[in-house]
Design a protein around this ligand. Sequence first.
Ligand SMILES: [Zn+2]
Length: 206
Amino acid sequence: MSDASLGGNTPVASPAAALTRLVEGNARYVANQPLERDFSAGRAARAQGQAPFAAILGCADSRVAPELAFDQSPGDLFVVRVAGNFVTAEGLGSLEFGAAVLGVKLILVLGHSSCGAVNATVKALREGNAFPGHIAALVDAMQPGIAPVLQHHGHDLEQDAVIANVRHNVGRLRAAAPILSDLVARHQLRVEGGVYDLATGVVHLL
Ligand SMILES: [Zn+2]
């Protein structure tokens, strides 16, 4: 049995290798064939430090769990989650830490089908719906990324809005100076986007 099959936190050499590892893990998840893991193995080593190979900016949605969807172990993924998987100041700071200090090679912005936060934002833009409490601030913050799609969309506005939201936030992270933009320019980091399909578990890369 290999280290990886025990959740051995195998290092990756490049952003491309990091993306491949996520794609392969998602294929195992979709096939319901996750690697066998011994969660206690490596626990003592993990207590000494972490070296995750990828960061995920994902939605808070309970159905989209990054470690499961990509079949990865504790210590592998640096995960930031917020409803609507969009960039906040604190989330950006977290991702900068993941990239500059922990050395993740890849940041994946992970949207998903039937996203409540995206749908709420579409509703607010189309119908002027007001949402209670701090939900309103969340929807306001997501509007710049989704508003353009209301002018140009295909038959599935909700899915187009999910994709537009991911693309918008990928762009924001790639351009985020001084840390992420610099790492991207030096090819030490890639920022990519994907959409998780709730019905199949497949992550479609954008
Ligand atoms: Zn969501």
